[in-house]
Design a protein around this ligand. Structure first.
Ligand SMILES: [Zn+2]
Length: 305
């Protein structure tokens, strides 16, 4: 993977609970993009302290692609440790300053993050020198309406957050909840298709070079959502449930009905789209995710597979 990137760019590939961390090193000050999930803060700090990371050196700035809990959950701890400013996309700033639980999908979606303060806004269309490289901040609304991606034309590197993965992109709010989200997702994928990209550093998963194929898959996924918006609802609920299970590590199957009746986003989606009982919704989620190989049963519990 090393030869994919100039030597001052380091990618810490994480998992689905914590987004990848990208470290851009420079004598002018090191910059970190995305900080992982709150549960993983000790691991994130330990990775940053390695020689592949910062070692004993300071961090000049922490940047977020977008402000979901798996990307900004380590912000407060990193800012405390390194006394560095935090820059977020301008479209996210007010949500962070208001600590808008629902819009940030925190307790509303059974997720957690420590509150932090924003020092700088990143505006779409601006260019930033991070790690002695030029990064264009490009608006990438869809999964998150305020999200940015960062593009380096010289090395044709895209830091995509959750706007583009090797297989898909982060879940998108259904049209009944946010009518702008799916059209924005299509526009973002089409915008990315127009960039000359050699390698993508996604928010989750390994960096990849099969960019045209990934964009093709993303376009097909958008089209399948356009045909059947309920598919988006089912996908979002399943993605959120797996995320919650990665955080909790296990859940008693007997407790899931109560859980989906209590957590706001399941309650709201169910009331609007399915109108199932909690027990019925719980049974559906478990069956679907078990069939997909995302979770498995273990002595009356479900665990991530
Ligand atoms: Zn993410």
């Amino acid at each position: 993977m090393r030869e994919l990137f100039p030597p001052q760019l380091h990618v810490f590939v994480r998992d689905w609970l914590s987004a990848n961390n990208i470290l851009l090193k420079s004598r002018d000050g090191h910059v970190l993009i995305d900080s992982g999930y709150s549960r993983h803060v000790p691991l994130t700090l330990a990775l940053l302290a390695t020689t592949r990371g910062l070692g004993d050196e300071p961090l000049a700035k922490l940047v977020n692609t977008h402000c979901h809990s798996d990307h900004m959950g380590g912000n407060a701890a990193i800012a405390r440790r390194y006394r560095c400013p935090i820059a977020v996309p301008e479209g996210e700033r007010k949500l962070i300053e208001d600590w808008d639980d629902r819009a940030l999908l925190l307790e509303y979606a059974d997720q957690a993050a420590e509150r932090f303060s924003v020092d700088e806004s990143l505006f779409p269309g601006t260019t930033h020198a991070w790690g002695d490289l030029e990064w264009q901040a490009l608006a990438a609304p869809g999964h998150d309406m305020g999200a940015l991606v960062f593009y380096n034309p010289e090395h044709r590197i895209l830091i995509s957050g959750d706007a583009l993965w090797e297989h898909g992109f982060g879940f998108v709010m259904p049209p009944d909840i946010d009518p702008a989200a799916l059209p924005a997702t299509r526009a973002t994928v089409e915008m990315l298709a127009g960039l000359d990209i050699r390698v993508v550093i996604p928010g989750h998963g390994e960096p990849f070079t099969g960019v045209a194929a990934a964009i093709d898959r993303a376009v097909k996924r958008v089209a399948s959502f356009e045909v059947d918006p309920l598919r988006m609802v089912r996908y979002a609920m399943k993605a959120l449930f797996v995320f919650g299970l990665l955080d909790r590590r296990r859940m008693a199957i007997a407790d899931i009905a109560d859980h989906v009746e209590r957590v706001g986003i399941y309650r709201d989606f169910n009331a609007r789209f399915f109108r199932m009982s909690g027990a019925h919704l719980a049974a559906w989620l478990v069956a679907e995710l078990e069939r997909a190989g995302a979770i498995r049963r273990d002595a009356g519990d479900v665990v991530p597979a």
